[in-house]
Write a protein that binds this ligand. Structure first.
Ligand code: ATP
Length: 287
C-alpha cells in the first residue's frame, strides 16, 4: 500500500470553561467536546518529497497543520519517507470546529497505518500536542472531557445522537485575540461541566440548555458583534445554541434531522452570507 484515504471530522464544544492559566501562557480548560459528521477528506501518498495540497486553499497564514503533524512524526521517529498530503477541505476554517487539528490528527493516524508504525494512541497524542491543543481530542474522537491545555482527554461512552446545525457566518475568528479579550475581562460565570456531561449522556436537552456555557463566548462577542446576533438568532429557533470554541461557528441543537434541515434553510436566508451545515454527533471516529 502506498496511499490511503482518511476522514478528519470536526468537533463542537458542548461547554467550555477556563479554569486557569499556565506560566507559559496556555489557558487551562475543562471542555466537553464531541465529534460531528462534517469531515475533511485526506489522501496520503508516499512521494518523492513532502508536500501538502489543500482544496480550496487555506488563507496564506502559515504552514498547514497537517504537514506540521507529519513533520513532527517524522522527526520523532527518525523516518526517511516523504508524503504527499491532499486535503479536501469541508470544515470551515478558523471557525472553532478544530479543522486544522482534525487534519493533523488524521495525518498522524493515517501515516501510522500507511507505514505500519503501530504507535499507541498515547504516543500519537504526545506528538499531536506539539502541533495543536485540540489534536489529542481529535485523535480520540467521540465524546470526551478535555482538560489541562488539551492533553488530558477522558473518553465518555456517548449513547445519544444529536442533530445540530452549524451556522457559519464566515467571519474568520482569531483564537489568540479571543483569549486575549478573555484575559482583559475574565468571565467569572463558570458553568457546570459535570452536570452538562450528565445531561449530554442522558439526552436531557433542557438540562443541556441549563448547563451549557462557553466562557469564550462573551469575549468573542465583544470582538465580533455579528457573532452575538447569530447566536441570538439561533437561540430563538433552537433548544440551545452556543459558539463552538472561540467561534465563529454557532451550533444549535435541533429536535431531529428534518427540523434541523428546515432550521438550516431558514437560518441561511437570515444570514445573507456564510453557510449552515446539518450535522449529527458521533460516538467515534469514522472508519
Ligand atoms: P483553533 O481554535 O485551534 O485556532 P479553529 O478550529 O478555530 O482552531 P482551524 O480551522 O483549525 O480553526 O484554523 C485555525 C488556523 O489554522 C487558521 O489560521 C488556519 O489558516 C490554520 N490552519 C493550518 N492548517 C490548517 C488546516 N489543515 N485546516 C484548517 N486550518 C488550518
Amino acid at each position: 500500500m502506498d496511499s490511503l484515504e482518511i476522514k478528519a471530522p470536526a468537533k463542537i464544544n458542548w461547554g467550555l470553561e477556563i479554569v486557569g492559566k499556565r506560566e507559559d501562557g496556555y489557558h487551562l480548560l475543562r471542555s466537553l467536546m464531541q465529534t460531528v459528521d462534517l469531515c475533511d477528506v485526506l489522501r496520503l501518498t508516499l512521494a518523492e518529497k513532502d508536500e501538502c495540497r489543500c482544496s480550496p486553499p487555506l488563507p496564506d497564514d502559515g504552514p498547514n497543520l497537517a504537514l506540521r503533524a507529519w513533520q513532527a512524526l517524522k522527526a520523532e521517529r527518525g523516518l526517511t519517507q516523504s508524503l504527499l498530503i491532499e486535503i479536501e477541505k469541508k470544515i470551515p476554517v478558523a471557525a472553532g470546529l478544530g479543522g486544522g487539528s482534525a487534519d493533523a490528527a488524521a495525518v498522524l493516524r493515517g501515516a501510522d497505518r500507511l507505514l505500519g508504525l503501530g504507535l499507541p494512541l498515547d504516543r500519537l497524542c504526545d506528538i499531536g500536542m506539539k502541533v495543536g491543543a485540540d489534536v489529542p481530542f481529535c485523535l480520540h474522537g467521540g465524546l470526551a472531557l478535555v482538560e489541562g491545555a488539551g492533553e488530558r482527554v477522558t473518553p465518555l461512552a456517548a449513547e445519544c445522537e444529536y442533530d445540530l446545525i452549524l451556522v457559519d457566518p464566515a467571519i474568520p475568528v482569531s483564537t489568540a485575540k479571543v483569549y486575549a479579550a478573555f484575559d482583559k475581562a475574565p468571565e467569572d460565570a463558570p458553568g457546570n461541566i459535570d452536570a452538562l456531561t450528565r445531561a449530554v449522556l442522558s439526552g436531557d436537552k433542557s438540562e443541556i440548555r441549563r448547563h451549557s456555557v462557553n466562557m469564550l463566548e462573551e469575549p468573542a462577542f465583544r470582538l465580533y458583534r455579528r457573532l452575538r446576533e447569530v447566536q441570538e438568532a439561533c437561540a430563538d429557533t433552537s433548544a440551545c445554541a452556543h459558539l463552538s470554541g472561540s467561534g465563529g461557528v454557532v451550533w444549535a441543537l435541533c429536535p431531529n434531522r428534518q427540523l434541523a434541515q428546515m432550521t438550516a434553510r431558514a437560518m441561511s436566508i437570515r444570514l445573507h452570507s456564510g453557510a449552515c451545515h446539518v450535522v449529527r454527533t458521533t460516538d467515534r471516529l469514522p472508519e
